[in-house]
Structure formats: C-alpha cells, structure tokens
Design a protein around this ligand. Structure first.
Ligand SMILES: CC(C)(COP(=O)(O)OP(=O)(O)OC[C@H]1O[C@@H](n2cnc3c(N)ncnc32)[C@H](O)[C@@H]1OP(=O)(O)O)[C@@H](O)C(=O)NCCC(=O)NCCS
Length: 328
C-alpha cells in the first residue's frame, strides 16, 4: 500500500466519515465497499435501487451488510433535496421541474447529500465521465472562498522493494483545459499543499519545451512568468521554470541546461502548461514508468469530491475512497 496511507487510515479511525459512492451496483464499487465495511473508519453510502444493489452484491459475492443504500428516486427527504438544489441554482435559471429531473441523476443527488451534510464526501466516475462527476461539484459545492478555480493533481507512486517509494505530484492533468498564468500559480499553491499531505517535500518545476529561455513562444513565456510569480508567492518552497522535463529530473542534464537552479535535476512536483501535456504526462508515467497513479484529486472545492477513471479497478476505488475521506 502506498506511502502515507497508514496515516490517512489512522486519521479516519479517530474521526470516521461517510462517503457517497454514486455507482452503487458496479462490481468494483461493491468490492471496495465490502472492504471498507470490514473495517469501521469509512462508511459507504451506495446510490441506487436497494434491491438492484443488494442483488448485484450477492451475485458478485461481496458482503455489503451495514452499507447505507439510498435510492434517489424514492429517498424519504427527496422534496427537501430538490428544494435546496433549486435554491442554490435558481439564479442560474433553475426551475423546480428541472431540479426534480436533475435530482434523479445520482451524480447530482449524491453531491447534494454532501452539500446537506448527510455525507462528508463523494467519489464517482466509475461509469460517469470526469465532466459529469465534476460539474455538479462545481455548481453545488463550489470553489473555496479564497480560490478562483477548482483544479486537480495526481499523486504518482513508484513502489520500491526497499520501501523508499518514489512519490511525485503532477498538476493539472484533469480539469483546467488551458490555465492562465495566474491560474497556474494557484494550481501550484494547491498542489504544494496536497503534495505535503502525501509526504512529499515539494520541489516544483513549471514544465515547458524550453529550459530557462532556450526556446521561444507564448506558452514558454506563460510558464516562465507563472514560475516567477509562484516563487514570490511561495518563498519557502524551491520553485523554478520554465524547465524541460529532462532538466527537471535528471541531475546530469540539469548541470548542462540549468546549472544554477535549486530545483532542476531534483523536481518532484510538476506543473504542466495545459491539460493535454498534463494528462499525457501522468499517463506516460503510469503506463510506461511503473508508477501507480492516484487521482485526479480535486483541489479548491468546499468539500472533497473526487473522480475515478472509468478504467479503474476495485483497489483503486478503495484507495481513492480513503484519500477522498482523509482529505475532507
Ligand atoms: C471541469 C469542466 C467539466 C467544466 O465544464 P463545464 O461544465 O462545461 O463548465 P461550464 O463552463 O458550463 O461551467 C459550469 C459551472 O462550473 C464552473 N466552473 C467551470 N470550470 C471551473 C473551474 N475550473 N473551477 C471552478 N469552477 C468552474 C462555472 O463557473 C460554472 O458555474 P455556474 O454554473 O455556477 O456559473 C470542464 O472544464 C472539463 O470538461 N474539463 C476537462 C475534463 C476532462 O475531460 N478531463 C480529462 C479526463 S481526467
């Protein structure tokens, strides 16, 4: 199990939480739920028809006794949930009819359970797309008062036989398609905080196809300017950019390309210029570099909602459930 997990489980044992799992009858969700129920630090709330969920669990051979199952269509306080959702969205053109329709969708309904304090956090996306999991959170849970955007990071872990796992943070690989200079600075701050929770002592590289002026272009300027602003904003953290990936991680290349940099050669926290670069970057590390990828972990929301990859397995659901609850 990955670095930092023991501490997260300990934290949850001291303060158990409730997590909504939107895709209640998915076998991967049921397996993770049965595993969570076997310990008592995190109670799953499975969304779906009670009988369908129970039958699916029985068929797949998972014991989910003790799980809360809530059917959005028959929930006893359904009217209250619809009314509260309407109140939150009425200035955006929401009507009671539309609100009732949206509350039949588990992604919206589950997010309202978190908003209303019935659950502490939510994990979805085993079948929903990222956009469909994230959009209700953006609309209902909303961005923290001091943040201007919601963003995300991945934690990448390469297990080692000696126990000295390599742990990296990468952002924003999943939410903001083309972040601006100032948004990159905000993403950097949020990622530093998240990286520290996972035991990383952050050394941040703002990545580009150029190293400290070797290449030219608007996206190079964006990364250089963002790195300069981030250095000012977070003076206690080693930050540099713009850096190419090889200069960021290889001490030999760094000696050639960025000999005066305190980050180059040793970066462990990576800020990508846009979602194309970020999403490709983390998947290359995962698929070809033997890193386990945890995330996207959403950053900057008022409550923790996280998205699973549709290709996820039960162990990833279990791990992400613990991460989601521990960050709550
Ligand atoms: C995140 C995302 C889903 C939002 O898209 P969207 O729903 O079409 O966004 P909209 O512009 O319609 O905005 C919906 C609401 O979210 C808010 N919002 C959108 N992006 C936001 C962000 N990054 N941070 C905070 N709020 C945001 C909008 O302000 C709006 O709020 P409002 O309705 O209260 O005014 C979109 O940016 C996206 O698809 N990102 C890529 C996701 C993806 O495919 N990732 C790759 C796989 S991991």
């Amino acid at each position: 199990m990955m670095f930092g997990f023991g501490a997260m489980i300990q934290k949850l044992k001291e303060n158990p939480k409730k997590i909504v799992l939107t895709e209640g009858e998915d076998p991967r969700i049921l397996e993770a739920a049965s595993r969570l129920l076997a310990s008592s630090f995190l109670t799953p709330i499975l969304l779906g028809d009670e009988k369908v969920v129970a039958d699916a669990a029985e068929e797949a051979g998972f014991n989910i006794r003790g799980a809360h199952i809530i059917n959005p269509l028959t929930y006893e306080n359904k009217e209250e949930v619809i009314k509260e959702f309407y109140e939150i969205r009425k200035e955006k053109g929401m009507t009671m009819e539309k609100a009732a329709k949206l509350m039949e969708q588990r992604n919206y309904f589950g997010t309202m359970l978190v908003k209303m304090g019935i659950a502490d956090c939510l994990l979805g996306g085993a079948t929903y797309s990222t956009a469909d999991t994230v959009r209700p959170a953006l609309q209902i849970i909303k961005t923290k008062p001091r943040n201007s955007i919601v963003s995300s990071c991945f934690i990448l872990v390469r297990p080692s036989a000696t126990g000295e796992n390599e742990v990296l943070a990468m952002a924003d690989c999943a939410i903001n398609i083309q972040p601006s200079e100032d948004e990159l600075v905000e993403i950097c701050g949020e990622t530093i905080n998240c990286a520290r929770i996972f035991g990383i002592d952050p050394k941040v590289a703002f990545l580009s196809y150029s190293t400290l002026g070797s290449g030219k272009g608007d996206s190079v300027d964006k990364m250089r300017n963002a790195a300069a602003k981030a250095k000012e904003e977070f003076p206690d953290v080693p930050i540099d950019g713009e850096l190419q990936f090889d200069a960021a991680v290889s001490p030999r290349v760094a000696r050639q390309k960025a000999p005066d940099s305190k980050v180059a050669g040793y970066a462990n926290t990576f800020i990508f210029p846009d979602i194309n670069a970020g999403n490709l970057g983390y998947k290359i590390a995962q698929r070809m570099g033997n890193f386990e990828a945890y995330g996207p972990i959403l950053l900057g929301l008022n409550a923790q909602v996280n998205d699973l990859s549709r290709g996820c397995n039960a162990l990833e659901v279990y791990s992400m459930a613990i991460i989601t609850a521990a960050l709550t």
